[in-house]
Design a protein around this ligand. Structure first.
Ligand SMILES: Nc1nc2c(c(=O)[nH]1)N[C@H]1C(S)=C(S)[C@@H](COP(=O)(O)OP(=O)(O)OC[C@H]3O[C@@H](n4cnc5c(=O)[nH]c(N)nc54)[C@H](O)[C@@H]3O)O[C@H]1N2
Ligand SMILES: Nc1nc2c(c(=O)[nH]1)N[C@H]1C(S)=C(S)[C@@H](COP(=O)(O)OP(=O)(O)OC[C@H]3O[C@@H](n4cnc5c(=O)[nH]c(N)nc54)[C@H](O)[C@@H]3O)O[C@H]1N2
Ligand code: SF4
Ligand SMILES: [Mo]
Length: 731
């Protein structure tokens, strides 16, 4: 059996560099396909339709799928290259065991026995909750459901959470507080029909490229576009109004805009009194947020704040869309609620061309947060602390209510508890915390402390290099199931190929493990279809109801929007159409949170703001896109964006190496001097591991409600290290 001698992340980076840029000799032309499989992109939450070309159980290319309504054949740079992962030489084709020499391929029996033995031994010695599970939202609804059931029934641990804790949770918590339901309110087909759009904290053109087309259509129809971001991102370059907010300033900015709207009477008093609660407290709070005061807090010129209110306030139709720029904060939930206030105050929601949405990040960022893989959640979006919900699900699963664990720790708290020695064992699937969680030196220490770590992935990601056992799972196209896109549309992923070598579908690995833990009777599935029937039945009567959906319906109707509570129910593309919200009294809620600064603000030692995010050609922790040559060529290494004024002050020229230092440590990266960023802020994308990883220096401070970390702001200083050492943006 083969041995991989590169044991640690450092060995690997020393041998290959941070990217394994692979292009097969002779290119990718493999002739005519045997068949075309209609499925969806494996990357972002837009979930574009695509047809994969398959020949002899290999994915050899793609064709557009023009009938799928969301993207109508269009794809972005990642979507068109995704098929190149399949035959990468790093693809795991057998389970691996850590040995003195590195990782050795082994048999499934051996790998699964080893994992089950370690789980039992740790739980016998330290209790059930000493073993944790981390899942992910790149996986299907079926697997999200399975993960939650596996943790509660087979592991009997309360400590299960998922990587959406780094992504969608501030929006999810705010949506539930304001509307009583966690889903975008409108289908994206409403965007071109609107009159004014606010895009808050989203680099839309790079992160959801296909949605850009909807914005352009709206603009062609006469809509005004307002962008709120510390950087003039590509979408901001074409906006009618750009608000250059200081990182962390959004709640204050919203209060300032609302202040001007109230002064001018641009609010819908009838809607407010009939369909909402808690307006008076908000009205009182925003009194002090004059444009001048708001300018001081946010850095946005007072005149621009007024201008925003002038465009947004009296409009007939409007859409508000946001993403992680406002959510990745210690007040992420408050930021989202402050934007929702602007929507509710106008009453423009629940109508064609008028509404609201958070843009979900990962491929199944929506469905991944619905079916029970969160520490406080049971299937159907049920609450693990609600006794009626616990009763329903334990009965459905055929277990005692007392056997169902309670609420556990969130993702970052699980890493903290490992560091503190309270959690001793971990199984993760579809998650790369070493690269994606802030303050990675601490994550590394935690991983070194684990008595046992098992990782399920199709690549040996940076975190999995610390694993005792790596279980070779499946790529998206090697299995089938459903995902739910950013609109709330549940769609079908069809299987293109089977996993190569001895790799297995993810769900089979989990079910086999459950069997070895003595709980096989609860996990006797032959196919994802059985899991879907079970999860949709489990969701019946819950806040997130899929019970009217079947694979056949989903496919023939090009997706179904939940809630869909009966087989004859058409699904619900637009929520709140009758002015009915999902709180018991049918009303939406305003929220009045005063502005508070980020966990770390600037001072003499750290005078600049550090923010992080994405570039178009790379995806998340980069495990997939850093392996695709042409995507790497577009953006080979992290760069530090800074304004020419700041660069001049620091004596830095474009391409020079700079050191960015925060209270956690330093990274050395080339400078990219651009006029498109606030002079008090620097930006570094986070898709890389090792010494240039942005998360070496980000702040692990959490939002008290959503427990999301503050990826989008901490204080830093920047200094010149030396001239450019090669690399940088090539295209
Ligand atoms: N190419 C690409 N596309 C992706 C992904 C990817 O990794 N690569 N990931 C997917 C996933 S999981 C997600 S979550 C989404 C993320 O999608 P986005 O949220 O759109 O992307 P980010 O780059 O994280 O951050 C968006 C913007 O927030 C701005 N920002 C920083 N601080 C603040 C602030 O305080 N206020 C405001 N208003 N803006 C601020 C940044 O300048 C940045 O332009 O993208 C999805 N699509
Ligand atoms: N500094 C900074 N850090 C951030 C962010 C930021 O803006 N700034 N954004 C945060 C956000 S929004 C997110 S979503 C997280 C993402 O962070 P992660 O979830 O850690 O990122 P991924 O790269 O998706 O890592 C997932 C792993 O899942 C594997 N994988 C993908 N699909 C499947 C599958 O179907 N089955 C199996 N078995 N494995 C699979 C991939 O190979 C990869 O190794 O990062 C967060 N971290
Ligand atoms: S926009 Fe998103 S879903 Fe569409 S091709 Fe690009 S990464 Fe894939
Ligand atoms: Mo995300």
């Amino acid at each position: 059996m083969a041995t991989l001698t590169l044991k640690t992340e450092e060995d690997y980076i020393a041998a290959y560099g941070p990217t394994l840029n692979y292009s097969p000799a002779g290119g990718w032309d493999r002739g005519e396909p045997d068949r075309l499989v209609k499925t969806h992109c494996c990357f972002c939450g837009v979930q574009c339709g695509i047809q994969l070309k398959v020949k002899e159980n290999r994915v050899i290319g793609f064709e557009p799928w023009e009938e799928f309504p969301v993207n109508q054949g269009k794809l972005c740079p990642k979507g068109v290259k995704r098929y190149m992962q399949n035959e990468h030489p790093d693809r795991l084709k057998a389970p691996l065991l850590r040995s003195e020499q590195g990782f050795e391929e082994t048999t499934w029996d051996h790998a699964l026995d080893r994992t089950a033995t370690a789980i039992k031994s740790i739980q016998e010695r330290y209790g059930k909750d000493s073993f944790a599970f981390l899942g992910g939202a790149s996986m299907t609804n079926e697997k999200a459901y399975l993960n939650g059931k596996f943790a509660r029934i087979a592991l009997e641990t309360k400590n299960i959470d998922y990587n959406g804790r780094l992504c969608m949770v501030s929006a999810g918590a705010a949506n539930k507080k304001a509307f009583g339901i966690d889903r975008a309110a409108n289908p994206w087909s409403d965007i071109p029909k609107t009159d004014v759009i606010i895009l808050a904290g989203t680099n839309l053109a790079e992160c959801f490229p296909i949605l850009t087309d909807y914005i352009w259509k709206a603009r062609d129809n006469g809509a005004k576009i307002i962008v709120v971001d510390p950087r003039i991102t590509p979408i901001a370059r074409t906006a009618d109004l750009f608000l250059p907010v200081r990182p962390g300033g959004d709640s204050a900015l919203c209060h300032g805009i609302l202040h001007v709207m109230i002064l001018n009477g641009w609010i819908d008093e009838t809607f407010i009194s009939e369909h909402t609660e808690d307006w008076p407290a908000l009205k009182k709070l925003v009194r002090k947020f004059t444009p001048a005061y708001t300018e001081k807090l946010t850095g946005v010129p007072a005149r621009s704040i007024e201008k925003c209110a002038e465009l947004w306030g009296p409009a007939k139709k409007s859409m508000l869309l946001h993403a992680r720029g406002i959510e990745h904060h210690t007040k992420g939930v408050e930021n989202v609620l402050s934007y929702i206030n602007l929507v509710l105050a106008t009453g423009r929601i629940g109508k064609e061309g008028s509404g609201y949405g958070t843009i979900t990040g990962q491929g199944n960022g929506q469905g991944g947060r619905e079916h029970g893989q969160r520490c406080n959640q049971l299937p159907g979006g049920r609450d693990i602390n609600n006794s009626a919900h616990r009763e329903e699900i334990s009965k459905f699963w055929g277990i005692e209510e007392t056997a169902l664990p309670g609420e556990g720790l969130t993702a970052c708290e699980i890493i903290d508890a490992i560091e503190a020695g309270e959690i001793k064992g971990l199984l993760s699937i579809s998650f790369n915390p070493l690269v994606s969680i802030p303050d990675s030196q601490r994550t590394r220490k935690a991983l070194e402390k684990l008595e046992f770590y098992g990782a399920i992935d199709f690549f040996l990601n940076e975190t999995a290099r610390y694993a005792d056992v790596v279980l070779a799972g499946s790529l998206q196209e090697e299995d089938h199931g459903t995902v739910t896109n950013g609109e709330g549309r549940c769609i079908r992923l069809n299987q293109s190929v089977t996993p190569p070598g001895n790799a297995l579908p993810d769900w089979k690995i989990i079910c086999d493990l459950a069997d070895r833990l003595g709980k096989g009777r609860y996990f006797d599935y032959q196919d994802p279809r059985e899991m879907f029937s079970e999860l949709s039945a489990a969701s019946k009567g819950g806040p997130i109801d899929y019970s009217g959906m079947t694979y056949e319906r989903i496919e023939s109707e090009q997706g179904i929007f939940w809630p869909c509570p009966q087989p004859e129910h058409p699904g619900t593309p637009r929520l709140f159409e009758k002015g009915q919200f999902f709180h018991d009294d049918g009303k939406a809620r305003f929220h009045a949170f005063d502005y508070r600064p980020p966990a770390e603000d600037v001072d003499a030692e750290y005078p600049l703001l550090f923010t992080t995010g994405r570039v178009v050609s790379q995806y998340l922790s980069g495990t997939q896109t850093r392996r695709i040559g042409s995507l790497v060529d577009q953006y080979p290494e992290p760069l530090c964006e800074m304004h020419p004024h700041l660069a001049e002050k620091l004596g830095v020229e474009d391409g020079d190496q700079v050191r960015v230092t925060t209270r956690r440590g330093s990274i050395d990266v080339p400078a990219q001097v651009v006029k498109t960023i606030r002079p008090d802020t620097v930006f570094v994308p986070y898709h890389w591991p090792g010494k240039k990883s942005a998360n070496l220096i980000t702040n692990r401070a959490l939002d008290p409600i959503s427990k999301i970390p503050e990826f989008k702001v901490c204080s830093c200083r920047v200094e010149l290290v030396g001239p450019h050492a090669g690399g940088g943006r090539k295209a």
